[in-house]
Write a protein that binds this ligand. Sequence first.
Ligand SMILES: Cc1cc2nc3c(=O)[nH]c(=O)nc-3n(C[C@H](O)[C@H](O)[C@H](O)COP(=O)(O)OP(=O)(O)OC[C@H]3O[C@@H](n4cnc5c(N)ncnc54)[C@H](O)[C@@H]3O)c2cc1C
Length: 311
Amino acid sequence: MLDALSKSFFHALAASGSLKSLASRYGMRHPSSFARRFIAGETVEEAMPAARELATRGLLLTLDQLGESVTSAAEADTATRSYLAVIEAVEGAGVERNLSLKLTQLGLDIDRATCVDNLRRILERARRGDFFVRIDMENSPYTEVTLDIFETVWRLGYTNVGVVLQSALHRAEEDLARVNALGARVRLVKGAYKEPRAVAHQSKADVDAAFVRMMRALLADGTYPAIATHDEAIIQQTKRFAGERGIGKDRFEFQMLYGIRRDLQTSLLAEGHRVRVYVPFGREWFPYFMRRLGERPANVGFVLKGLLSER
Ligand SMILES: Cc1cc2nc3c(=O)[nH]c(=O)nc-3n(C[C@H](O)[C@H](O)[C@H](O)COP(=O)(O)OP(=O)(O)OC[C@H]3O[C@@H](n4cnc5c(N)ncnc54)[C@H](O)[C@@H]3O)c2cc1C
């Protein structure tokens, strides 16, 4: 109940223009500013030191240029071109070639064809550079169309692409069978959005139980799945299940968000697990940042402290 309330509260705040402009003014200003705990920089160049530092520690990474809900074809084109520039920058910097992106960034709200064209431009260039591209999953109105576009590009031969499934959704277990049948790579998450009862489990216990069932199905039948959670109990269950089934540590990976549970990232790595960190950067960091606050309202404490010391 509290989980759902806090998610709704922070999603409502995320829509506030004045809060956004206040946060944007102070959140990333200095290396110690409050949003920097979760966001690696406002440009790809600024994110590179963080990416290199993770790689030096033995962590894998995926870079996400933040942005969502683009409403004109021109903006979608700009976002696409800026993703192409990110690919160039990553090649130049010599960091791991792995990207995450959102389809609403590429024009999904305008029309499907614009979005698919833009995605293909990125996937084509990414394939030439040997990049893996993960299509993030947004809120439930986009689930079906995201999976549908994912399947379309997969069938067109872009197998350098993977998708995300959210255990919170009632439909997720059927979707998992659909993606496993393709032999494509899934990142399993709980789901970051406040969703209605008609489409999603409302209690943490149900979301967690579905996550564990899906984790098992992915480890048993999936293709190099990513178990993306900071939930220690579920991570333990994943390790136990893999051990019991003789599934090697090279057949799946854990994923966590930049700045969250760094201790757990390090300890899993020390045990020989693969751990990938999702590294977001970009000027459009506010909605992502608010989702992270909604997941753990205790984070508000350090934001307020940061804001007070900035002013
Ligand atoms: C690599 C990665 C990619 C993701 N991609 C997507 C996506 O495409 N679509 C989508 O809907 N969601 C995505 N998510 C977010 C995900 O759905 C969850 O909202 C988020 O991971 C929190 O859930 P949890 O599994 O960590 O479990 P929870 O039960 O929420 O948290 C377990 C524990 O983790 C720690 N923790 C969790 N969140 C935070 C936080 N914000 N700050 C500090 N500590 C925290 C706390 O110790 C908490 O007790 C992604 C998550 C990861 C790790």
